[in-house]
Every structure is written in C-alpha cells, then in structure tokens.
Design a protein around this ligand. Structure first.
Ligand code: SAH
Length: 404
C-alpha cells in the first residue's frame, strides 16, 4: 500500500499559551492578558490575530496581539476568527443596533466604546453628520480594518464626513507610525449637534477627546432638572453643563483655564441665545484659585457644577487626587446656599465610586453641611459599562442637595 503523503507543512498560525493566571483572567471575562502571563508564543507580527491556549493546550479563543503594549493580547472572541475586518464590521453594526433604543434627545453619541463593544482599541463617536474615529491598537490600525470601519459607517449611517482623531502619545506607545488627525472620508469635519435640545458647534479636528464630552450628556439633563438660582460651572470646557443650566437659572457663570474652550463656549451660547435670554458669563481662571477667592469673599451660589479633568491618571496619584477632589468639593459646599445643588463629577478611573462618595462626604463634614444624594450617576448609556471589566467604568456624577 502506498504510504500516505505527509501534508505540506502549514505556515504556523500565530498563537500564544497563557499562564494559569492569564487563563483565569479570561475565564473571569476580562479581555486583557499581560505580557508577563504569556508563557509561550511563536513568531507573532504586530497587530496579528492570535489563537489563545491555556497551559495544557486547550483553545480559549482569538485575540488581538500588540508587540509593544504591556497588555499583550485583547480577546476578540471565544471562538475562532480568521477575518478581522469582517468581524469588526459586524461588531460595529451590532454596536449601532444596541444604541437604537437607548439613545434619545440627541444626534451626538458614542457608537463604539472599545472593550465595552467588543472592539478593543476602537472608539467611534457620531456628531450629527460627522463621525469621529479613534484607533488605539496595532490590530485596529491595519489598513483592511480601517477600510472596513469607514465602509461600514458610510453604508450604515451615511455621514458627510468621517474624521480620524489621532492620539499621538498612544500611537507612539503602540509603536505605530505618526499620523495627523484628518478626514478619512467625505469632506465635512465640522458641524452642529444637539443634546437635550441644547445646541453646540463641533469641530472634528479641534478640541479635547473626540471634541465634546458625550459621556456627560444625560448628566447635563439631570443637572438641569434640579438647577436653580445663581449657578457656577467650574471646569466648563465648551459650556456643556453651563448651557444646560442657562435654560433654568437666571445667572450662570462658566469657569475654565482654557481660552480656546471658552471662546467655543461663547459661540455655543450665541447659538442657543433667545431674544430676551440672559448671557452666560465666561471666566478664564484656575478654578481652584477662583473657588478659594470666591469662598473667601463670601460669595454664594444656588447651583455649582464641578467637572474637573481626571486627577488620578494612575494608581500612584490616588492620594493626591482625593486631596484635590476634597478641596474643590469643600469650597463649593461652603458657597452653596441652603437648598442649593451640587453636581460633582470624577472621571478618574482610579477613584472608585466608594472613594468618591467618601471624599465628598469628608468634604461635607469639614464644611459642616448636611447634603442629600439626589442622584448617583455614571456615564451616559451609549458608554456602556461591561460587567467584569472595571476599566469601562470611570465617570461618576453625584447630584446633591444641601439641607443646611
Ligand atoms: N464639563 C465639561 C468637561 C470638563 S473637562 C463638559 O461637560 O463639556 C475639564 C476641563 O477642565 C477642561 O476644559 C480643562 O481646560 C479644564 N481645566 C483643567 N484644569 C483646570 C483648572 N485648574 N482650572 C480651570 N479649568 C481647568
């Protein structure tokens, strides 16, 4: 009998073997595995799809590989995946469908939120007829994946422009070639959006993050529900809270240290101006100094919003960050009249909901005030929190009322 011919040696597919700890993370439904938990790997190109196995060789699923990040793999499926562009397209459609019944009163919302939409390293926001995409990992940066992203968004949402916003630091960390923020498709990169009936300009190639703080959208509406009297929006950026408060409050002041942000805030105010409406006052200042000076000068407010930038960018900063939150909240509480409303936020992932509540409570103690929690909120629903992936939960927004 002729001998069966041995099959031609197949090109080995990229694969990794995980330590028990690495495999346990995946079993716990967290998609990240650190390089230190990879105990075996063949030659894997940057950004490749890799087959993932446990130490005994059991197949656990498919992941995206990064040759530079400490997070060496991010799971994309518990099954076998060979066509990443097709999977990305399918997941984008699923993310759009998920939001269909969740998002209301706006034409600006997050379409894809990275791990929370099972698309690690991809963030996509919709601003009316302009879409903004951010690509944060080697795998998502591959040309066929980029093409799939643009084509899916074009077909499904028919925008007039798709812009890419580049985070230069992340591209450097991921060892990706430098790029400029630019239009990926179409010819429109700026537009007007509306959130809860309040209008804003959006420029896809300017501003922070992807241009606006969409995660606060539902909190704007909640804050406006309780706001009254004289209002102060500290860290106002382009006026997100301030312009929502302006619909309810006879006097609103917005404070930010960024002049370009305030210039945009003023344009946004004009966009919403009513014939007899009052103007919002914008002050360029360090909010810490301003709150200290105003508190010392015995100024009072009925509504104060505190939405500072993330104070704790890493775990190491936690103590200092808590000190910052306490100081701000203490000053604000001192200035609030009885019945006043404090809207206080933290967007530091490293400050847990428990830590934040505690630090605000400590501030109340030092301010000799009693406050009630009206609402304990997080990011808007288009920024889903994936249970078992704590990194997807970062924003907290407490709405408190001062009883005395
Ligand atoms: N509330 C805003 C988002 C605030 S982001 C919104 O909903 O759109 C944080 C803002 O704080 C940024 O605009 C930044 O310019 C500003 N900022 C940072 N440090 C500051 C400081 N020390 N004093 C005042 N503003 C500051």
């Amino acid at each position: 009998m002729p001998k069966k011919q041995a099959p031609a040696a197949k090109h080995a597919e990229p694969s990794v073997k995980l330590s028990t700890r690495g495999a346990a993370r995946l079993h716990a439904r967290h998609p990240w595995v650190y390089r230190s938990d990879i105990v075996g790997a063949n030659d894997i190109p940057p950004g490749a799809l890799v087959r993932v196995h446990d130490e005994r060789g059991k197949f656990l699923g498919t992941a995206l590989y990064s040759s530079s990040s400490q997070i060496a793999i991010r799971m994309i499926s518990h099954g076998s995946v060979t066509d990443l562009p097709a999977l990305v397209a399918e997941r984008i459609l699923a993310a759009i469908a998920y939001r269909k019944d969740l998002v209301a009163n706006t034409d600006a919302y997050r379409i894809v939120f990275s791990e929370a939409d099972f698309l690690p390293g991809l963030i996509i926001d919709r601003y009316n007829d302009v879409i903004s995409a951010q690509i944060l990992t080697q795998a998502m940066d591959a040309e066929p994946v980029r093409e799939a992203i643009v084509q899916t968004l074009r077909e499904e949402l028919q925008p007039l422009g798709i812009v890419e916003r580049v985070d230069a630091r992340i591209r450097e960390l991921e060892q990706l070639p430098a790029r400029q923020s630019a239009l990926l498709w179409g010819d429109k990169s700026s537009t007007e959006i509306s959130m809860n009936g309040v209008r804003f300009y959006y420029d896809g190639l300017e501003g922070q993050k992807t241009g606006a703080f969409l995660d606060q959208r539902e909190n704007y509406a909640a804050a406006a529900q309780y706001a009254h009297g004289e209002a102060l929006d500290a860290f106002c950026y382009q006026g997100g809270f301030a312009l929502h408060l302006a619909a309810k409050c006879p006097a609103v002041t917005g404070v930010d240290s960024s002049r370009p942000a305030l210039e945009m805030a003023d344009k946004n105010a004009a966009l919403n101006a009513t014939p007899n409406g009052r103007e919002v006052e914008w002050i360029e200042a360090n909010a810490f100094d301003l709150l200290r000076d105003y508190a010392a000068a015995n100024r009072h407010y009925d509504t104060i919003v505190l939405d500072p930038p993330a104070f704790a960018k890493s775990k190491r900063d936690l103590e200092k960050a808590l000190g910052g939150y306490k100081e701000l909240n203490l000053r604000a509480m001192k200035m609030l009249r009885p019945g006043g409303i404090l809207v206080t936020c933290s967007c530091s992932f490293h400050v847990s909901p428990h830590d934040f509540l505690k630090v605000v409570a400590d501030a109340a103690q030092d301010a000799h005030k009693s406050l009630r929690v009206l609402e304990n909120r997080g990011a808007a629903k288009d920024h889903p929190i994936l249970l078992n992936v704590p990194e997807t939960s970062y924003l907290q927004c407490l709405i408190l009322s001062v009883t005395n």
